[in-house]
Each structure stands twice: as structure tokens, then as C-alpha cells.
Design a protein around this ligand. Structure first.
Ligand SMILES: NC(=O)c1ccc[n+]([C@@H]2O[C@H](COP(=O)([O-])OP(=O)(O)OC[C@H]3O[C@@H](n4cnc5c(N)ncnc54)[C@H](OP(=O)(O)O)[C@@H]3O)[C@@H](O)[C@H]2O)c1
Length: 328
């Protein structure tokens, strides 16, 4: 299987490193970042490219653009791992549409295009007999899409709820366990690289809401947008709320919930017993699916990280190869 990777940051580099180390039968023929690119249809020298990126900030030649890669590289699947833009989905949306319209399958970790245009992208993929997979876009390493789509096939899903944002979970864990104020916990999360310089998307609950929209539209067949989600973030939780909850063996977590019957999506801080399944520590994510046959199924794992996110991308790549009867 030959792949082209657009985006060579944390996830793109992690993926390239794993593919280079493991014998998965995946060949990387092209890589592109914001300013450069490189193509070799026989397979790239990944160590050299990683080294180059480290030293110069470029993965290849400044004359090689993403458009050139999409048009002229030899690839079966495009791996799209450029930054998320939740308002426009760009530039990822155009890259994905272009590849699908040429009959190339796409694997992405990017929430923007899936939250904004899933049904349109799926239509293009179906018309061109190729696949669109996005396991890494929701909860990083946790195979939640695969579990809901395949593992729990035949079940009626009544509710999906859980911890969808590791940054908020870290902040709330530290406020509860170490009695830090919100500002102190946020500062610590920034210093450890868990929070962005501008953490608005995380702490206001928007990131978790986008993930709910993706699950609702892709797994449950809803047609929701971010505006349909009732969102409350964690930025207004007073420290004494956690202290008070703690006195009762309870704590607070930012919970995203899809109420399937009522088609309601909500993100809000909730008080939970400390021993509740969803009270996971630090940056972990946890998702419970409430079903008619299997009962409650909860998956817990790392919601972010270079290699962890690459794990989901690899599972999507291998799934596509399997579905294609291992033709490549
Ligand atoms: N990091 C995680 O743990 C994680 C987890 C789940 C999902 N995701 C999602 O995965 C995607 C990648 O995340 P990341 O952490 O790897 O981001 P990142 O470290 O910021 O890397 C983004 C990469 O995209 C490149 N890029 C920017 N604009 C581009 C353009 N117009 N055309 C081609 N390449 C472009 C950047 O180029 P330069 O190198 O030249 O700047 C960089 O190589 C995002 O959508 C993110 O939301 C990330």
C-alpha cells in the first residue's frame, strides 16, 4: 500500500516513524508540509526526511506543493494530517475532496472537514469507490469509531457520553487532587504542552462539541452542526466547587453527551462520584456507549499524542487495505 502524507507535524512525523520501524507493508511515496514537499514513487528515505525536518524545518523541496503531491505522486491513500480549522475545514477540505474525486481513499485525523462536510465527502468517496476514514479525529488512540460502527453493530445505541477533551480533564484533575485554582492548573497544562497557547477551543468545550458532532453525524446519521450543541466550558468553575464535591466523594468532569432518542448534544461540567467509570485521570479520554444488547461499553485511553494518534491512522490504513482484498 502506497501512501502520501500531507502535514508533517507531531502526527505526521509520528506516523512516518512508526511506518518506518514496523513491517506493515506500507510505503510512503510523498510527504508535504506548509512550505515544502518530497516525492519518490519507489518509497522515501524517512530517516533522512525526519532529520531534514528537524534541522531545517522543511521536509523537502520548496517547489513541491501539496497540489503537486496530490496530482503527481503515486499513492493509494492520502493521509491528511494538517491543522484543524473548525470554521472552514481548510486547507484539509480541498485536499480531501481532490483525492477522493480521483478515486484515492483518505485517512484523516482532522476534525474540521468531517464535522463540517461529512455527508458531502462520503458521497464523493462512494461515487469514486474509495474510502474515507477518520478514527484519529475523535479521542486519538481510542478506537471509538470502529467500536461503534463494527464492534457494536446490530445494537441500538441509546446514549454516547464521556470525557472527550484531555486538556480539560487534566485541569479538573489537578484542581481536584492538588487543590489548584483554575488559573494555576491551566498554567501547568500549558507548561507541560497539554494546552495550546490559546486554549479557548478546549476550555470552552468547543473541541469536545466538535467530536460529538462527528459521532452524531457519522455513526448515528444525524445532521448536526456545532450550533446544535448546548455547550458550557470549564472556565467558570470555581475552585471551591471541586472542594465541595470532594467532601462528598465526588468530583467534576467535562462530559460530552449524545442523547440519541431526543437527538440532543450537550457538553457541560458534571458532578460524578469519584469512583465513576468516567472519572479518569490527567489527560485520559473515556467514552461510554449505552446500548440495548451489549449494555454499557466503556473505552478509556489516550486522546492525543504523536504515536497514539498515529495508531488510529494505521488501523484505518490497514482496514482500507483489508476492505480492498489486500490488493495493495
Ligand atoms: N497532536 C495530536 O495529538 C492530535 C490528536 C488527534 C488529532 N489531531 C489532529 O491531527 C492534525 C495534525 O495535528 P498535529 O498535532 O500533527 O499538528 P501540527 O504539529 O501543528 O502539524 C501540522 C502540520 O501541517 C502542516 N501544514 C500546515 N498548513 C499546511 C498546508 N496548507 N498544507 C500542507 N501542510 C500544512 C504543518 O507544516 P509546517 O511543519 O511547515 O508548519 C505541519 O507539518 C490536526 O488536525 C489535529 O487537530 C492531533
Amino acid at each position: 500500500m502506497k501512501i502520501a502524507i500531507l502535514g508533517f507535524g507531531s502526527v505526521g512525523k509520528g506516523l512516518a516513524r512508526i511506518i518506518n520501524e514496523k513491517n506493515l507493508g506500507i510505503i510512503i511515496t510523498a510527504v508535504g508540509d506548509s512550505k515544502s514537499g518530497i516525492i519518490d514513487n519507489k518509497g522515501l528515505d524517512i530517516c533522512k526526511i525526519l532529520d531534514n525536518k528537524e534541522k531545517t524545518g522543511l521536509c523537502g523541496d520548496m517547489k513541491i506543493t501539496p497540489e503537486l503531491i496530490l496530482n503527481s505522486a503515486d499513492y493509494d491513500v492520502l493521509v491528511e494530517v494538517t491543522p484543524t480549522n473548525a470554521d472552514t475545514g481548510q486547507p484539509a477540505l480541498e485536499y480531501i475532496k481532490y483525492a477522493l474525486s480521483k478515486g484515492k481513499s483518505v485517512v484523516t485525523s482532522n476534525k474540521g472537514p468531517i464535522a463540517l462536510e461529512y455527508s458531502n465527502l462520503l458521497k464523493i468517496a462512494e461515487e469514486n469507490k474509495c474510502f474515507l476514514r477518520f478514527e484519529a479525529a475523535v479521542c486519538g488512540a481510542i478506537p471509538i469509531i470502529h467500536a461503534l460502527e463494527h464492534g457494536l453493530a446490530g445494537n441500538n445505541i441509546k446514549r454516547i457520553y464521556g470525557v472527550f477533551n484531555g486538556t480539560c480533564n487534566y485541569i479538573l484533575t489537578r484542581m481536584s487532587d492538588e487543590k489548584l485554582t483554575y488559573q494555576q492548573a491551566l498554567l501547568e497544562a500549558r507548561e507541560l504542552g497539554y494546552a495550546e497557547a490559546d486554549p479557548t477551543y478546549d476550555i470552552k468545550g468547543i473541541d469536545a462539541a466538535i467530536k460529538l458532532v462527528i459521532l452524531a453525524n457519522t455513526i448515528l446519521g444525524f445532521h448536526k452542526t456545532l450550533d446544535d450543541v448546548d455547550i458550557t466550558g470549564i472556565d467558570n468553575i470555581p475552585s471551591d466547587a471541586l472542594q465541595l464535591a470532594g467532601e462528598d466523594e465526588k468530583t467534576i468532569r467535562l462530559i460530552g453527551e449524545i442523547d440519541v432518542e431526543n437527538e440532543k448534544l450537550r457538553v457541560s461540567p458534571r458532578i460524578l462520584l469519584k469512583n465513576h467509570t468516567l472519572v479518569v485521570q490527567d489527560t485520559l479520554n473515556a467514552v461510554t456507549a449505552e446500548t440495548d444488547l451489549a449494555g454499557n461499553v466503556t473505552l478509556i485511553g489516550k486522546g492525543a499524542g504523536s504515536v497514539e494518534t498515529a495508531s488510529s491512522i494505521i488501523s484505518d490504513l490497514l482496514f482500507i487495505r483489508e476492505c480492498n482484498g489486500r490488493r495493495y
